[in-house]
Design a protein around this ligand. Structure first.
Ligand SMILES: Cc1cc2nc3c(=O)[nH]c(=O)nc-3n(C[C@H](O)[C@H](O)[C@H](O)COP(=O)(O)OP(=O)(O)OC[C@H]3O[C@@H](n4cnc5c(N)ncnc54)[C@H](O)[C@@H]3O)c2cc1C
Length: 382
């Protein structure tokens, strides 16, 4: 078989984005996925595409990703909905952060609208008035359906750009071979490419375990809940809350951020890394999450496969403080796991043109397309 220009290992959002962006440049691309279909972080998340929550270059990648999501959606249904996000302030400190961030986002030319408590409740009548002190709305944020989006993005790349997509294909070795890089699969197939990128998410055992062991990567386990369809509710936005204003990178630049105190009520929630987000799916069901527990790359199994009732109960009780609809009509719950790195992403050159890129943490659905576009532009000198 003729060598590819690029082989991508791992068809989560990060790998798929690199495959697609290279294919858009006219490169020949193979995308190899070990599972029947991607079933990791990329399909277990909220599907919030929220540059509003990100800082620095990741905010920029997020904004570019929004443009790319919309551009592709115009020709192929990726489940993209342009409905914006609202961040709710529940006390004076959070309202102060919201107001300060409005000025910072204005400097970045990122549209936003500060809403008083009254305006917030008029626009989002399913919220408890006792919770809402005010809010900030970002019209440019998007929503996607996490259980469908990456599968459709792969299908789009295969149909439009001829990406060779191989599921059920675990890659067990990657090594330089002259000017090329050779990849060996579990089936014993050997594929070659001018460049190979490994976007393996939180899978650290199949390839280069010794590199991951000293990489500084950690894995976060998140608990998630989803209600039955609540057809009487129209959320009309991604909903992020007071704990999110206290957590997301975008708000760290606010002058008051360093002085935030921790109200008594938040202490147990913070212990489990809980901040409550809501995202309504197209069938009317509502995803509610999330919590965060952490383990080093060498001991990810310590996070366990089980869901802790205590954490779900804390999330549901906090959700009930925020919204009036019946959040306890839970249809399913699950755990998601993602890799994260102190430098915001782990990029490591194993050998010339053989690279690992993983550890984008909680921002992969928001930023991967824009980030990948920049990377492949550098690789292929366009
Ligand atoms: C619960 C939860 C909620 C989240 N909410 C959001 C959100 O609303 N918005 C947002 O922007 N981000 C969110 N995130 C983060 C986002 O989901 C991740 O940043 C993103 O999915 C990471 O993508 P990835 O491609 O790096 O990893 P993954 O999705 O883990 O994909 C890696 C893929 O590589 C494959 N693979 C690994 N090793 C091999 C091998 N050797 N051979 C072949 N294939 C291999 C795996 O099978 C897997 O399919 C959330 C994450 C979670 C867990």
């Amino acid at each position: 078989m003729k060598p590819f220009d690029l082989i991508v290992v791992g068809a989560g959002i990060l790998g798929t984005s690199h495959a697609l962006m290279a294919a858009r440049l006219g490169k020949t691309v193979a995308l190899l996925e070990k599972d029947n279909r991607p079933v990791s972080a990329t399909v277990r998340n909220f599907g919030q595409v929220v540059p509003s929550g990100l800082a620095g270059c990741w905010h920029t990648y997020g904004r570019r990703s929004v443009e790319l999501y919309k551009e592709i959606q115009r020709e192929f249904d990726l489940t993209v909905r342009a409905q914006g996000s609202v961040y709710l302030a529940s006390d004076a400190e959070e309202w102060q952060i919201a107001q300060e961030s409005a000025a910072l986002f204005k400097d970045k030319d990122f549209p936003n609208e500060l809403l008083s408590a009254k305006q917030t409740l008029e626009r989002f009548p399913y919220l408890h008035d006792r919770y809402v002190q005010g809010s900030i709305f970002f019209p440019d944020d998007l929503s996607v359906e996490p259980d469908k989006m990456v599968h459709r993005l792969i299908e789009y790349g295969v149909r439009k750009y001829g990406i060779r997509y191989q599921p059920d294909t675990a890659v067990l070795a990657c090594e330089p071979n002259g000017d090329l890089v050779e990849v060996r699969t579990a089936q014993g197939e050997r594929l070659q490419a001018g460049r190979v990128v490994i976007c393996s998410g939180s899978e650290f055992r199949l390839l280069f375990p010794e590199i991951y062991a000293t990489s500084g990567l950690i894995v976060s386990k998140l608990q998630m809940l989803q209600t039955r369809p609540l057809l009487q509710v129209n959320m009309a936005a991604n909903v992020l809350t007071g704990l999110t204003l206290r957590r997301y990178e975008a708000f760290e630049a606010c002058p008051s951020f360093a002085q935030l105190t921790v109200p008594e009520h938040y202490i147990e929630l913070k212990k489990w890394g809980i901040h409550i987000l809501f995202k309504q799916a197209t069938d009317g069901s509502i995803i509610v999450g999330d919590s965060h527990e952490y383990a080093p790359a060498t001991a990810t199994d310590e996070l366990g496969f089980d869901l802790q009732d205590h954490i779900n109960e804390l999330m549901l009780a906090e959700a009930e403080r925020i919204v009036k609809f019946p959040v306890r009509t839970i249809a399913r719950s699950w755990a998601g796991y993602y890799a994260q790195h102190p430098d915001e992403v782990f990029e490591y050159e194993v050998a010339p043109r053989l690279q690992i890129i993983t550890g984008v943490g909680g921002k992969g659905m928001t930023s991967s397309l824009g980030f990948a576009e920049e990377n492949v532009g550098k690789w292929f000198d366009n």
